[in-house]
Write a protein that binds this ligand. Sequence first.
Ligand SMILES: [Fe+2]
Length: 155
Amino acid sequence: MATIKGPLSDDARNTVAECLQGALVDLIDLSLVAKQAHWNLVGSHFRSVHLQLDQVVQLARTHMDTLAERAVAIGANPDGRAATIAKSTKLAQLESGWLEDGKVVATITDVLGGISKRLYERIQQTEEADPVTQDLLIAVAQDVDKQHWMFQAMS
Ligand SMILES: [Fe+2]
């Protein structure tokens, strides 16, 4: 079996792998929460929120792949299994059934704020350990903060 040896020391790899896995779980669940809201949305602001939610899904799907592949490149295994996400997600979960637009905007605003906060912590933690991963996390934070702004503006 092939062994992937990345550029980092064992200590640095462990630190960075934990940051990447945490951000991966955040993004995978963000894609699921945003799609669930995209589908079940009702309310007078349906169209704008429905479309905005798909921008969040796209953001999450794009960045989750970048982060997972960085994990592999440093010799760590990303874990995107449904059971892992369900067990380790920190995101607020939506109710089943119809979702009123005002509630969705409030929930997604909180979810994006939480993800942003954790990204900034991970940006700090990877500063010394792996500036390449830090750079990727900064790019994710830029996009998450942009969506966080837009959802705050809708509330
Ligand atoms: Fe759609």
